[in-house]
Write a protein that binds this ligand. Structure first.
Ligand code: SF4
Length: 325
């Protein structure tokens, strides 16, 4: 059986876990192609206008898999963490996708660990039942998929971006990549599906690195530090991704070795409009160099490039001033 996984949305968090699970049960896993103008155009054509840019892009990725696989794995993400929810757009995604013509059947199992972490196993049991009735096999595949995710997260914490971490996990490179030569450190905060997709982000991370900036993202910050810094807010955030971005941003703003912060938001994202504002206020309060980028389907590459260059000039100018040069 061939199972397709769209290279979009929470692929950037969970792909090694999902891939390991299905492969352990004997399936062949096929990823959609990398994001391109054509994939985005397909998404824009078929998604409703109201959804955010990453969800529109995910439509294009699903359509890229049509005709190539027996099933598309598109779990209904409700909660990925105890007592927290994830953006409701993830919840409705399988229903939106099912309305498209020509899409293969979906494996749209519920992921909801709001009450108990152990509820995750029931999700895998259901997903596994598409391939086998053997509960021992499903349990073993589940345990191995958790181990794969742990390995992946460890690589992300070491500073690898998902593409690099996957290359290490899949033995496509012999050694972990060496750090890029850099004369300053910059934090890039945004949803993983925005900042790590080189097409939609206009290769923001690659550009910063090539301009001499070492990039730090929320995925490098251990969970307990994220929680500690997010507690600075007077009220607890109940969104997993929002809390991760806020906690990481506050942490980086406190670190003297981080010279500036870039916040990346997607057009049409409600949560981003609030978390972005909170991060910007904090950056201004601490007089930290700050750049806010909002991505949409019309964003021009030249404009983004100019803003990144101006931002890095400002950071270097500030550093030189502080050093009395
Ligand atoms: S958090 Fe924002 S960008 Fe992510 S799916 Fe929800 S609305 Fe879209």
């Amino acid at each position: 059986m061939r199972i397709g996984i769209p290279r979009a949305l929470l692929y950037y968090y969970y792909y090694p876990m999902w891939k390991t699970f299905f492969e352990e049960l004997g399936a062949e896993v096929l990823l959609s192609s990398r994001s391109t103008k054509g994939i985005l155009a397909q998404g824009l054509k078929y998604a409703v206008d109201e959804v955010c840019l990453p969800v529109k892009l995910s439509f294009g990725h699903v359509l890229d898999l049509a005709g190539k696989v027996d099933y598309i794995f598109l779990p209904r993400m409700v909660s990925v963490e105890h007592r927290k929810y994830i953006c409701p757009k993830f919840l409705g995604l399988p229903d939106m996708i099912r309305c498209l013509n020509g899409v293969p059947p979906l494996i749209d199992v519920n992921v909801n660990v709001y009450r108990r972490d152990r509820d995750l196993y029931a999700t895998f049991q259901k997903a596994g039942s598409y391939l086998t009735g053997n509960q021992l096999k499903i349990w073993t595949a589940y345990r191995r998929s958790l181990a794969a995710l742990q390995k992946y997260n460890r690589l992300l914490q070491l500073g690898l971006i998902p593409e690099e971490a996957l290359a290490v996990l899949e033995d496509r490179v012999k050694n972990e990549p060496l750090p890029y030569p850099a004369d300053l450190n910059v934090a890039v905060i945004g949803h993983p599906y925005n900042i790590y997709d080189p097409y939609i982000s206009m290769n923001l991370i690659g550009r910063l690195r090539s301009m001499g900036a070492a990039v730090y993202t929320a995925e490098q910050v251990p969970e307990k530090i994220v929680i500690k810094y997010a507690e600075r807010l007077p009220k607890k955030l109940f969104w997993t991704l929002g809390q991760r971005m806020l906690g990481a941003a506050f942490h980086y703003l406190d670190r003297p070795d981080i010279s500036g912060l870039v916040h990346v938001a997607a057009f049409g994202c409600g949560p981003d409009s609030m978390t972005g504002e909170l991060i910007e206020r904090q950056a201004h309060a601490q007089q930290a160099p700050f750049l806010s980028l909002t991505l949409d389907e019309h964003t021009g590459e030249a404009g983004v490039l100019t803003r990144i260059e101006a931002f890095l000039d400002m950071v270097r100018w500030k550093q030189a001033g502080a050093a009395g040069l």
